[in-house]
Ligand binder design. Structure first.
Ligand code: FES
Length: 90
């Protein structure tokens, strides 16, 4: 059985399945995460990875290399590769 990853976001904790997007996992578990398009175009779902690794399977958002280096990712496209600590507020 594939391993789920633990995602901590402030006081909130949820779990994400391998290759499931972080936005899908959060909303499925009742965690509020602002978003609009769900397709990587609007960037309203931006979040920052404080620790851990996210990756994209297929489409990647239009983020600069600097933004990605700072940990920014689009929750509607990104999946977890490890347990994560993330923030929606930068
Ligand atoms: S919801 Fe639009 S980019 Fe993620």
């Amino acid at each position: 059985m594939a391993k789920s990853y633990k995602v901590e976001m402030g006081q909130t904790v949820f779990w994400v399945e391998p290759q499931e997007t972080l936005l899908n996992a959060a909303t499925r578990q009742g965690v509020k995460w602002p978003y609009r398009c769900g397709q990587g175009a609007c960037l309203s779902c931006l979040a920052r990875c404080i620790s851990g690794t996210v990756s994209y399977h297929g489409m990647a958002p239009m983020l600069s290399e600097a933004e990605q280096t700072q940990g920014w990712f689009a929750g509607c496209l990104a999946s977890a590769e490890t347990d994560l600590y993330i923030s929606l507020e930068g």
